[in-house]
Design a protein around this ligand. Structure first.
Ligand SMILES: [Cu+2]
Length: 174
């Protein structure tokens, strides 16, 4: 019953903009279900003091043209860094989005100054939370594909990561 409702909402909003959407769209999470996220197995990418892990892109539903990507960045160095921007040949627009709850609605906003990664700390972009927004996808993202993104960090510079596309990130049992 719940998965069916979620599918309906996703289908209705698949082409919608992303300033304000119900919690069940976009991240596929209800906000309290992070523990059921199933990450593809990936090798850590190390660049300078940064280690990038738990990275993946969400498969689109049907012919949807928006999706999201997630990753974790750990800064083992003694200097702060930040994730400034992301590009992908797969999409016409890639942006860094914040997510916050407003009642039952999830508000998305653009992190214009990027996401800070203080020395000794980690940045986690996960379903239901802050994320990398992929908009204007040139083709639907399909489970099993790999999409290369280039992350630009203020201090470390550009880092290429091959994101596995997966449909296992949904947390609603789909
Ligand atoms: Cu978004």
């Amino acid at each position: 019953m719940k998965p069916i409702a979620a599918i309906t909402v996703l289908a209705l909003l698949a082409g919608a903009g992303c300033s304000r959407e119900p919690a069940s769209d976009h991240a596929g999470a209800q906000g309290d279900t992070k523990s059921s996220v199933s990450w593809p197995v990936v090798s850590d990418v190390v660049a300078g003091d940064l280690t990038i892990s738990e990275y993946a892109a969400r498969a689109t539903l049907g012919n949807g043209t928006t999706s999201a990507a997630y990753l974790k960045v750990t800064n083992a160095g003694k200097t702060d860094d930040s994730l400034l921007s992301v590009t992908c040949d797969c999409a016409t627009s890639v942006s860094l989005h914040t997510m916050s709850m407003d009642g039952n609605m999830m508000n998305m906003g653009e992190a214009k100054d990027g996401f800070p990664i203080p020395a000794g700390q980690s940045l986690s972009l996960t379903p239901g939370g802050n994320h990398i927004m992929l908009a204007g996808l040139k083709a639907p993202l399909k489970d099993g594909q790999t999409k290369t993104v280039v992350l630009t960090f203020a201090r470390t510079g550009a880092v290429k990561v091959d994101l596995p596309v997966t449909n296992t990130l949904s947390s609603d049992g789909m």
